[in-house]
Design a protein. Structure first.
Length: 369
């Protein structure tokens, strides 16, 4: 048996070495072509720059690449949450997440208000009075409620169930837009909605095999509430970001993203204080908080995913329908991480359920073109 294991390990090492050599060869080839083909050819769009090989292709598909980067980071964000919350106190983890997010955006607010360093950049935070901040505070409450319900749910549920349910949020947003803004769904979109509903029924059947009854499990209820709050936030964003000419508020995107993180941190600070005082008075045994570096990764992955998403949309030719659809592919990353890192069960049935979710997203994308 030991001999077989050694031979198997040796074979794996040889395969790894060959893969490494191939990657080095490909990188070397691309490097040579980069400098030998068109390196000194002026770029048609701006003659002051050179146009090495694949420059035009990279410019065209950069926004698609960033969409895939955003999807990967979102999957890692969910994985970091799961790892951080397993056997840990949820409220302190959530507070630290809002604190770290505020630490990222506070310097951008200060630099935008008191210097000209970020002027004309995508990181510039616009200014606004109470008429703007009241909407941001409302968004903060909605998003924070979504996070609270979502954090408690992901702490108790398998990642391979949480991911597919979260992936159906675009369906909820679409139905919400139909009810709130009077938008009409076409045939493709209705097929997408139906496939998403079927996927939820299949996922409920898969959950029963693990003792998770969707009808009576409070953590599933929390997860659905988190998704509904996220949908409300998305619908509110549509109203806030629309120009006043189109019946919206005309709120600056970076202003909303920066300040709602600050307001969330303040609110979570009050929640944490009340939570600690209440536990101290009752003297009840509870799950103790333990610091893990993955808590910091939650903020890093989320911020990078959002930055890649918004930067992709700012590039010429970017299509929000494609970027949003690719971004939903984060469920694949979280599903793989749940299977590999957390050894979750019943993967074949859940994989089929996830395929229905992704197929529904594709039909939604086709219908939105």
């Amino acid at each position: 048996m030991n001999v077989k294991n050694k031979l198997s390990k040796l074979a794996e090492e040889r395969i790894s070495q060959r893969v490494l050599y191939v990657l080095i060869g490909v990188i070397a080839l691309v490097f040579v072509l980069f400098f030998s083909v068109g390196f000194y050819t002026p770029f048609a769009g701006d003659p002051s720059f050179n146009a090495p090989l694949f420059t035009d292709v990279l410019l065209i598909f950069m926004w698609i690449l960033l969409a895939f980067v955003s999807a990967t980071l979102l999957g890692l964000y969910d994985t970091s949450k799961k790892y951080s919350l397993r056997g840990n106190d949820v409220i302190p983890v959530l507070f630290l997440n809002t604190l770290f997010c505020s630490a990222i955006f506070l310097p951008l607010i200060l630099l935008s208000q008191y210097t000209h360093i970020l002027d004309s950049s995508i990181l510039h935070v616009g200014a606004g009075g109470w008429e703007m901040h009241r909407w941001i505070m409302l968004k903060s409450v909605i998003v924070l409620l979504s996070w609270v319900f979502g954090y408690f749910a992901i702490a108790q549920l398998p990642l391979t169930i949480v991911g597919p349910i979260n992936a159906t949020r675009p369906v909820m947003t679409l139905v919400g837009a139909m009810l709130v803004f009077g938008e009409r769904l076409n045939g493709w979109q209705w097929i997408g909605v139906c496939l998403a509903i079927v996927s939820l029924f299949l996922l409920a059947r898969s959950g029963k095999k693990e003792g998770i009854d969707f009808k009576h499990n409070k953590w599933i209820f929390f997860l659905v509430l988190a998704a509904l709050m996220g949908t409300c936030s998305g619908l509110l964003d549509k109203y806030l970001m629309a120009s006043p000419e189109d019946g919206g508020v005309g709120l600056d995107r970076m202003m909303a993203q920066s300040w709602y993180n600050i307001y969330q941190c303040v609110m979570m600070g009050l929640v944490l204080l009340i939570y600690l005082i209440n536990n101290h008075k009752k003297g009840e045994e509870r799950v103790h908080f333990s610091w893990r570096w993955s808590i910091l990764l939650i903020t890093i992955f989320l911020s990078m995913a959002d930055f890649a998403y918004f930067y992709a949309l700012s590039l010429p030719g970017a299509m929000i329908s494609i970027v949003s659809m690719v971004r939903r592919g984060s469920v694949l990353v979280s599903f793989v991480c749940g299977a590999v890192l957390f050894r979750e069960r019943n993967l074949k049935a859940k994989a089929i359920d996830m395929c229905f979710v992704l197929l529904g997203m594709i039909f939604l994308w086709i219908g939105s073109r």
